[in-house]
Write a protein that binds this ligand. Structure first.
Ligand SMILES: [Fe+2]
Ligand SMILES: [Fe+2]
Length: 234
């Protein structure tokens, strides 16, 4: 006698398998969507390296304001704590910012916007200014260190002259970068470029709040009650 086929049971089994397969497919699809959303939200919460650079420029404007206040207070009315804080920024924070631009940002801009007229000329000029500003900053740091320790500048007239020359050229330099470099970076840098910038900045993050950072100076200024109207950056 041939085996009897129980059609009802067979159909039920098929329905069970189909339902299971459908559920597994839905679960897999759901997991895929969750993973995509997680990736998107991680990317959305990652710091924007260009915004961090702009923030640094805002802090550099603050540094210029502090230097101007020191120059105005010479020879007798100078905040020694502020002078000591500025020394660390001139020796550590500013060079770190310049190296970031020269070693990471400018090479990427040269690569992605080689067709831009005058770009190489502009970036070369900014690099030259870094070189002269850095050695100027170190000279000023030595003078301000003596001022912070002794309460008197070695030569107040000369220091005033050096400070004014320095903050004037710094303000021009930052304006140029905010007007030309930052908008260009926003336009031409790829997702991978921004990742490379972010990696370098994150490497540097532990030291951003530490000794010599621009952010550290900002906190000292805030604790000291600010310094009047803050300049706006782009
Ligand atoms: Fe620069
Ligand atoms: Fe800069």
């Amino acid at each position: 006698m041939p085996p009897q086929i129980n059609i009802t049971n067979d159909l039920r089994l098929r329905q069970v398998f189909q339902t299971k397969a459908l559920l597994m497919h839905r679960n897999e699809r759901h997991l895929q969507l969750v993973r995509v959303n997680e990736r998107r939200s991680i990317e959305l919460t990652l710091p924007d390296p260009i915004a961090i650079l702009l923030e640094d420029h805002g802090l550099q404007f603050e540094l210029c304001d502090v230097l101007e206040r020191i120059a105005d207070g010479l020879p007798d009315n100078v905040d020694r704590t502020m002078s000591a804080a500025v020394v660390a920024v001139l020796r550590v924070g500013m060079p770190r910012h310049m190296r970031f631009e020269e070693e990471v940002l400018f090479p990427l801009l040269r690569l992605r916007a080689f067709w831009e007229d005058d770009l190489d000329h502009v970036l070369s000029q900014l690099e030259l200014e870094h070189e002269s500003d850095e050695s100027f900053a170190l000279e000023i740091a030595d003078e301000l260190e003596a001022l912070a320790i002794n309460g008197q500048a070695k030569n107040a007239e000369m220091l005033g002259y050096m400070l004014r020359g320095f903050f004037d050229s710094q303000r021009r330099h930052i304006e140029w970068e905010n007007t030309i470099v930052i908008p260009l970076a926003r336009r031409v840098l790829t997702h991978d470029d921004l990742h490379a910038l972010r990696e370098r900045l994150l490497d540097d993050t532990p030291s951003r709040r530490a000794h010599g950072s621009l952010l550290g100076l900002h906190e000292i200024i805030e604790r000291a009650g600010g310094h009047g109207e803050r300049r706006n950056t782009i």
